[in-house]
Design a binder for this molecule. Structure first.
Ligand SMILES: Nc1ncnc2c1ncn2[C@@H]1O[C@H](COP(=O)(O)OP(=O)(O)OP(=O)(O)O)[C@@H](O)[C@H]1O
Ligand SMILES: [Mg+2]
Length: 334
C-alpha cells in the first residue's frame, strides 16, 4: 500500500526565553521532536497519542508546512514538505487545535464561503460543498448565526468543516474532539470514520487513548519528542495484555513512594497522576506480574505516610503501554 505521509528522522528544537514582554528571563532550548519517523498508509486513520508537550502539534505543523524541521525529511502525498510546500498544501486539509481563526462578525456559512473563495473554489461548487459540510457536522441550524455566538464545540466543528472544504485526500486533525461534549465528540468521530470509508487518509492527534483505540488503524505513541511505539491498538496492547493493573487513589503521595513502588518485586511499571499537590492526592497506576507483587505493593502503600483511599483492579489498556515504557501517565481521558 502506498504511503500518504512519510516522516524520516525529523527533529525540531525551539530556542526561547523564559518570561514575557516585561521580564526577559534566561534562554531555554526545547527539543520538541527527536528523530521522529513514521509512515501513514493511504486510506489509514493514524493517531499520534501522547501527553501534553509530547510534540504532536509540532509534527502536524511540520507536515502541513507551517513550521520547518531542523533536520530530517517528510513527504505528504509524495511531495517533500520543505522543497514542494505548495504541492503539499494543495493536497491537505488541516484543523489545528490552536487555530480557531474565524471572522466573528460573519456567520458560520459566510466564514466557510470566505475560505472557499480564498482556496479558489468555484462559487456554485463551494455553495453545495458548504451545505454538505454543514449538514455532515450537524451545524445546519447554527449556520447562519454569527461565529461570535458559537460555543467552543461549534467552532471546533466549523474548523473541521473548513479543513474539508477542498475535499483533500489527506487530513491532519489536531485534537479533533478536545473540549467537545459527548454528543459533538461522537459526531466528529463518526465523520472521521466516514472519511476513512471514502478512502481519505487521516492523521490525528489525541491524548485520549480510548479515542485512539476507537478510531485509529494504527497509533504512534509519542513521549517527549520521541516515537516510542507504533502499531495497531491490538498490537500495542498485546505488549501489556499478560500483565495485571491496579489503580490506587491515595492522599499524601510523594515521589519517594513512587520510586519505591517501581522497585517492587514483579512491578513492570508505575506512574502517578497528581490530582491535588497540596494534599498530595494522587492516582497511581501500577502494572505488575504475579499475586506476590500485589501483596508487596499494597504492603508498601499501607506502611507509607500516604492514606489509601481506593484500589481498583483493571484490564490493561494503551495507557499501560505508556506507563511501562515511560514511567508517566497519559492525561485523564476527556
Ligand atoms: N513556538 C514554540 N516556541 C517554543 N516552544 C514551543 C513552541 N511550540 C511548541 N513548543 C514546545 O515544544 C514541545 C512540544 O509541543 P507541542 O505543542 O508539539 O506538544 P503537543 O504534543 O501538541 O502537546 P499538547 O497535548 O499540550 O497539545 C513543548 O515542550 C512545547 O512547549
Ligand atoms: Mg498539541
Amino acid at each position: 500500500m502506498a504511503s500518504s505521509v512519510l516522516v524520516e528522522n525529523v527533529s525540531k528544537v525551539f530556542h526561547t526565553r523564559e518570561g514575557g514582554l516585561l521580564f526577559r528571563g534566561k534562554k531555554r532550548v526545547v527539543e520538541a521532536l527527536k528523530n521522529v519517523s513514521f509512515e501513514v498508509r493511504e486510506g489509514e486513520v493514524f493517531g499520534l497519542l501522547g501527553p501534553n508537550g509530547a510534540g504532536k502539534t509540532t509534527t502536524i505543523k511540520i507536515l502541513s508546512t507551517l513550521l520547518l524541521p531542523d533536520s530530517g525529511d517528510a513527504w505528504v502525498n509524495g511531495y517533500h514538505v520543505v522543497k514542494e510546500a505548495n504541492k503539499v498544501r494543495e493536497s491537505i486539509g488541516v484543523s489545528l487545535y490552536s487555530d480557531r481563526g474565524f471572522y466573528w462578525k460573519l456567520s458560520g456559512r459566510e466564514n466557510l464561503m470566505y475560505f472557499a473563495r480564498l482556496y479558489h473554489l468555484e462559487r456554485s461548487y463551494a455553495k453545495s460543498r458548504i451545505d454538505y459540510l454543514l449538514k455532515l457536522l450537524d451545524l445546519e441550524s447554527d449556520a447562519d448565526r454569527l461565529v461570535e455566538e458559537y460555543s467552543t464545540g461549534m467552532k471546533s466543528k466549523l474548523n473541521i468543516a473548513r479543513a474539508l472544504l477542498q475535499d483533500p485526500p489527506v487530513l491532519f486533525l489536531d485534537e479533533p474532539t478536545i473540549g467537545l461534549d459527548p454528543t459533538a465528540a461522537r459526531k466528529v468521530r463518526e465523520v472521521i470514520m466516514e472519511l476513512r470509508g471514502e478512502g481519505k487518509t487521516v492523521l490525528l492527534t489525541t491524548h485520549n487513548m480510548y479515542e485512539a483505540e476507537l478510531l485509529c488503524d494504527r497509533v504512534a505513541i509519542i513521549s517527549k519528542g520521541r516515537v516510542i511505539a507504533i502499531g495497531t491498538p491490538g498490537e500495542l496492547k498485546s505488549k501489556v495484555s499478560e500483565h495485571k493493573v491496579i489503580e490506587v487513589e491515595l492522599a499524601g503521595f510523594d515521589e519517594g513512594l513512587l520510586e519505591m513502588v517501581k522497585q517492587g518485586r514483579g512491578v513492570i511499571g508505575a506512574a502517578a497522576r497528581i490530582r491535588d499537590p497540596v494534599s498530595g492526592l494522587a492516582e497511581l497506576r501500577i502494572v505488575y506480574d504475579g499475586d506476590f507483587a500485589l501483596k508487596d505493593v499494597l504492603g508498601m502503600l499501607l506502611s507509607s505516610r500516604g492514606r489509601l483511599i481506593s484500589v481498583k483492579s483493571l484490564e490493561p489498556t494503551l495507557e499501560d503501554v505508556f506507563v511501562t515504557m515511560t514511567g508517566e501517565r497519559l492525561e485523564a481521558p476527556s
